[in-house]
Design a protein around this ligand. Sequence first.
Ligand SMILES: *Cc1c(COP(=O)(O)O)cnc(C)c1O
Length: 493
Amino acid sequence: MSEIKSGMLRKEPLIFEKSQPGREGFSLPPAEVPRLDKLPDSYLRKEQPTLPALSEVEVIRHYTRLSHWNHCIELGTYPLGSCTMKYNPKINEKIAEIRGLTSLHPAQSQDDIQGALELMYILEKELCTLSGFSRVTLQPSAGANGEFTGLSIIQKAINEKGEAQNRKKVLIPDSAHGTNPASVVLNGFKPVEIKSGPDGYLELESIKPHLDSQLAAIMVTNPNTLGIYERNLREISKAVHKAGGYVYMDGANFNAIMGVVKPADIGVDTMHFNLHKTFSTPHGGGGPGAGPVGVVKALEPYLPVPVIEKNEQGNYFLDIYRPLSIGKVHPFFGNYAVLVRALVYILENGSRGLAEVTKRAVLNARYLRARLSKILDIPYKTNTLHEAVFSDRKLKKETGVTTMDVAKRLLDFGVHPPTVYFPLIVSGAFMVEPTETESLQDLDAFVDIVSQIISEAKSDPDKVKTAPHNTGVGRLDETYAARSKILRWKNKK
Ligand SMILES: *Cc1c(COP(=O)(O)O)cnc(C)c1O
């Protein structure tokens, strides 16, 4: 495997530093109308602003070079565990860009936006079919926002039963995503950590001591962050319901079970989807996303408003008169363009296609797991679905090279590192999620690169410990870089 030698792209000055006095990137004809000098003095600048002066091609080259500093799925493998960085077909983008969709205004009258309402209505129905829930709200703007919404719904339901004073406990396995305890606390609940069993499963036995009148809910990431399907969830759901609690499922990993398992069938009361992971929409860098939340019949009254309904004449309308609703969790209808992409993705795949996506995602992950287990330490031997989590324990002991070093060295080969140091229950975690969109050749190339890095760790550990060598910037002091950002150029005069 060869490293990417991108010397030419390594250093790029700021656009201000490239500026040459008098250079121009435009040529406009002289104005045909007289100049208007009517602005009051107080609104006028006293000094010319310092703007960079460059030609058009210089500007284009500058930004194109900078764009090569970023890794993206269009450039290469992106096995960021828990994030499902699949390649998203460009047709989804094209359709989300259709003028009739992008130029809608959310305050237009309902008669005007029948098409948009129908689109959301159909998407809701599709998500209901895939999950087994009776209704889905499309409003939440991300997974974490969905968690907040689902737990607010549970909160409201408990409140309606007059049990709000007592039921405060939400059980969270130690293999949960970090957003889960945060959403619990934001809703005024108390998180209680549950240890996973030795093989990574959540066990009914460890839940039992908490099945009392203080139990509000259990919040389970399934498959969990080790990539393991929680085989005891059906049994656990029953026990939680019997104790008067609710079951929240973090469905961000739906790509591993879509078209195969319907969460409502295994006793889940409410769950969020991550449309930007499972159902298209390129993500990263903080958005935009969508985290629709599905609920069983009993929780329907608490859904955020508005809910989209269809009347007997076949017209769509917004139902806002829902006295038990938790209110709104996002302005208007949510991140609409993300919803458009998700519906396109669902319709282009069809139900069989979506199940096929899942099966391939699992097959790819299991293939990588089987091959990488020969070179990396894998602490949980349990079979996994869509991702696999390795540890640097042995490597570190033998060579001093850590997960972070391997991740940095991967950059030299034009590969995005996997998720590192998460989940916390694996020391030096290296969490790989290839998704269904990587080919066998890409998977093999990834294994070869990791293999080479592990050999280097043994023969020349310094090379790995000082990586990356071929990127725009080398090894950063990550804390310093995060805390002391310099985001603004200042004219040194
Ligand atoms: C990504 C993820 C989340 C959070 O989703 P966001 O859209 O980033 O807010 C929650 N749980 C799991 C398991 C995830 O992978």
